[in-house]
Design a protein. Structure first.
Length: 336
């Protein structure tokens, strides 16, 4: 049976890769996006690669009623909710905008879903909800705490979902806690296209590799890790997209959280060295001060996703960075 999936934020980095995977397996997709940090060109690429069309609705979910027409016009069966603001530093400068945007859009979405009788929801959460973890690798039942407004919005939305699911047993919600999404579609024509100076390591390293920036600042080399630089669980965006399909296929009553990560860690210096190896470009870097709020190590315990979703991430760091490099070198200025 063909399903129609509503994907909020479907023009963005993770959203567009997930939309492509849905179309490729035969689902119909309706994307709602306000294009505040994404380009419609990502969806044109999705259509070209899949040979299928996507319904695109430009709308701002923070406006009440913005989804009414979507639910009456299309036979939506479930929702993947990516839309939201996601820059940690910006959230510290503009907390009101972050709380308003991320919370209002989710509340409006859930109200519209309930009104339309759609109860199946997959939400983009983040490993940021674990704060500075006590246990590594991090299981889903680790304590939850956040250190910035962006992270707080993710945790608040998780709490809202847990309470909403308790209030009505028809809800089936899965909260996906992503570790560090990187990589790009293997075509080299879809990838991450950050606005302005990238905050995240891999887009920054790629812009250095392609000559848009001079050097990488390594934020601290005195952490308690093997080489002193921060260790993260990088996950290929195509594996992450597949995780969303697995989550949709395995929704169960109530609300549960599932980590999407590989369980393997890579340091900042590993990322720089592997990028140099796959691109053949020397990556200049300099050791700089620690970035406020950073932690030494973040690593997923991905066993729940293996057991409950029958999903695992199988692309390694070299594949992730090879694919990021293909995208960046073919599209040095992103979608523009
Ligand atoms: C960041 C966010 C996290 C968010 C995630 C999305 C912070 C504090 N956390 O995670 O909430 O969910 O992005 O992907 O921003 N690094 C450098 N130089 C750089 C950039 C980063 O050395 O120019 C280092 C960082 O110190 C860290 C590692 O690279 O050790 C990864 O950083 P980043 O890509 O920003 O991800 P996170 O900080 O893990």
């Amino acid at each position: 049976m063909t399903q129609t999936i509503l994907v909020t934020g479907g023009a963005g980095y993770i959203g567009s890769h997930t939309v492509l995977a849905l179309l490729e397996r035969g689902d119909d997709v309706v994307v709602v996006d306000n294009l505040s940090n994404s380009s419609k060109k990502s969806l044109e690429t999705v259509e070209r690669l899949s040979g299928k069309s996507v319904v695109f609705v430009e709308a701002d979910l923070t406006e009440a009623g913005s989804l009414d027409e979507v639910f009456t016009k299309f036979p939506i069966t479930s929702v993947i909710h990516f839309a939201g603001l996601k820059a940690v530093g910006e959230s510290v400068e503009e907390p009101v905008r972050y709380y308003r945007t991320n919370l209002m859009s989710t509340l409006n979405l859930m109200a519209a879903m309930a009104a339309a009788g759609v109860w199946d929801l997959v939400f983009s959460s983040s490993a940021t909800v674990y704060g500075d973890p006590e246990t590594l690798p991090i299981p889903e039942d680790a304590p939850l705490r956040t250190t910035n407004p962006y992270g707080a919005t993710k945790l608040m939305i998780e709490d809202i979902c847990r309470e909403v699911a308790k209030s009505d047993s028809r809800w089936q919600i899965t909260l996906l806690r992503y570790f560090n999404p990187v990589g790009a579609h293997e075509s080299g024509d879809m990838g991450e296209d950050p606005l302005g100076i990238p905050n995240n390591l891999v887009p920054f390293v790629m812009q250095v590799a392609v000559g848009r920036r001079e050097k990488v600042n390594v934020f601290g080399n005195n952490y308690d890790t093997a080489d002193g630089t921060g260790v993260r669980d990088y996950i290929h965006v195509v594996d992450l997209a597949a995780g969303h399909l697995a989550a949709l296929d395995n929704l169960i009553a109530g609300c549960r959280a599932i980590n999407l990560g590989t369980g393997n860690g890579a340091s900042v210096l590993d990322v720089i060295a592997t990028t140099a190896a796959v691109s053949g470009v020397k990556i200049n870097y300099e050791i700089a001060d620690r970035r406020a709020g950073d932690i030494a190590t973040s690593l997923a315990d991905p066993s729940r996703a293996h057991a409950e979703l029958d999903w695992r991430a199988d692309r390694n760091l070299e594949t992730m960075l090879t694919d990021s490099w293909r995208w960046q070198s073919r599209h040095p200025n992103g979608y523009d």
